[in-house]
Design a protein around this ligand. Structure first.
Ligand SMILES: [Zn+2]
Length: 289
């Protein structure tokens, strides 16, 4: 794939100033090789003028660039969606619903739903990738004070499992984070099965749940300061991210983890995050929430 060019604010304002321009961009991203009917696979269609839809020449199914995505039946203009995606992508700390509603002049509810759907698209995009090679694996605990006063694995704070792949020379590559109910072997195995490529080499501490994992090469060791360095750094950055923009909020925690990982996994792509995020939204799958 050709490297997408970065986009400045000035270019953004010129390029995506109208509904038609945004619609054309979504069409291009959703159908990179030309239109394909989602029902019968036919490649020919008629545009239905005035309704922003197109009809398949073979089966007459009507569709639009937003149908079936997280933008399905949106009442907001596409220009507002593009602004939200731009603001979300260009602010590395993330943007809150309060900030977004003020900046775009939309109500708080609309801003909240916009961000929630953008995060859904972020999470779905990363579902396409598996971690491989050497992966650090550990659990973490999010939020303020625990209610039961216990620390570490005995706490009743929300629990997450974090996996982070590394290059052969030890540099951090990609992260996945998942909210879990417990740190039992069965839960960890589900994460391994879903997120790890076969023969992944896993580095973890010697906690008993990790020792039961199958289908991976396990390298458990007694924890020492400095071990699982990148993973603990990622958890620390996640906590800062949650506190900074979202005030440590834990409702819908998974969607914040998805946002954090989407940004983390594309941290080397700089200004291209906007275009990658538009693609993620254009090719997303709408879900009821
Ligand atoms: Zn068709």
């Amino acid at each position: 794939m050709a490297k997408a060019a970065a986009i400045s604010l000035k270019e953004f304002r010129v390029r995506y100033s109208t509904e038609d321009a945004c619609r054309e961009e979504l069409f291009r991203l959703r159908f990179p090789d030309g239109f394909v009917c989602p029902v019968c696979g036919c490649r020919e269609y008629y545009p239905i003028h005035g309704r922003n839809t197109f009809q398949c020449r073979a089966c007459r199914h009507q569709t639009s660039v937003t149908a079936g995505t997280v933008m399905h039946r949106t009442r907001l203009p596409l220009t507002v969606w593009f602004w939200a995606i731009y603001l979300c992508a260009t602010d590395k700390r993330g943007i809150s619903a309060v900030q977004l509603s003020r900046t775009l002049g939309i109500c708080y509810d609309s801003a909240w739903h916009l961000l929630d759907k953008i995060r859904t698209a972020m999470g779905q995009r990363d579902e396409n990738y598996q971690l491989s090679g050497i992966v650090e694996l550990d659990d973490g605990y999010i939020g303020g004070n625990s209610h039961n006063g216990k620390r570490g694995r005995g706490t009743d704070k929300p629990k997450i499992v974090v996996a982070l792949s590394k290059s052969a020379n030890g540099a951090a590559l990609y992260a996945r984070m998942k909210v879990v109910d417990n740190i039992q072997g069965k839960t960890l195995q589900q994460i391994v099965d879903q997120y790890f490529a076969p023969d992944t080499k896993v580095e973890c501490d010697g906690y008993r749940s990790y020792l039961k994992l199958d289908d991976i090469q396990l390298e458990p060791k007694k924890y020492e300061v400095g071990d699982l360095h990148w993973l603990h750094k990622a958890i620390s950055n996640l906590k800062t991210f949650l506190l900074g923009t979202y005030h440590g909020r834990c409702t819908k925690l998974q969607s914040y983890l998805d946002e954090f990982c989407f940004r983390f996994n594309r941290r080397m792509t700089g200004d291209q995050v906007f275009l990658r995020l538009v693609r993620a939204v254009a090719t997303s799958c709408g879900v009821l929430s």
